[in-house]
Ligand binder design. Structure first.
Ligand SMILES: [Zn+2]
Ligand SMILES: [Zn+2]
Length: 142
């Protein structure tokens, strides 16, 4: 079992995966998110500052919701975040269309992987191999 410090309140808690925050903070976070979402739904033209003040959720938290692609911003809304690569204003994710297209190409180029060879050798897919391995580990611990 993994124990961590909550990144939001600093409390020690049992980490179960996902965001590195404790159960209480997760609930708070969900409430904040809902508040922002509802506010934006009712006030589609509100700016980031206005939304932040009205919901008492910090701008950086709202930005995080957008980056995580949890919060959908309408095209006409003044709310937005900057592309992490070129700084142009975007509505979701981390990069603008141009930059993500460019990054995808770079990524594909970087992925000339040895996996392909392995797969050809034993005829099974990598995923199956991994699954098999995990099952075996579980048995072993029992
Ligand atoms: Zn916490
Ligand atoms: Zn960009």
């Amino acid at each position: 079992m993994e124990v961590r410090n909550c990144r939001r309140c600093g409390k020690i808690y049992q980490y179960v995966g996902g965001k590195p925050i404790c159960y209480d903070c997760k609930e708070e976070d969900e409430k904040d998110f809902q508040k922002v979402k509802d506010y934006l739904y009712e006030h589609p033209n509100a700016s980031m500052t206005v939304v932040s003040e009205a919901t008492e959720v910090s701008i950086s938290t709202i930005r995080q919701y957008i980056r995580d692609e949890r919060l959908m911003i309408s095209e006409s809304s003044p709310v937005g975040i900057d592309c992490e690569s070129c700084g142009v204003s975007i509505k979701t994710g981390r990069y603008c269309k141009e930059c993500s297209a460019k990054l995808a190409t770079d990524l594909n180029r970087a992925f000339v992987r040895p996996e392909t060879q392995e797969r050809r050798l034993d005829g099974t897919s990598i995923q199956n191999t991994k699954m098999h391995y995990l099952n075996r580990r579980k048995d072993h611990n029992r």
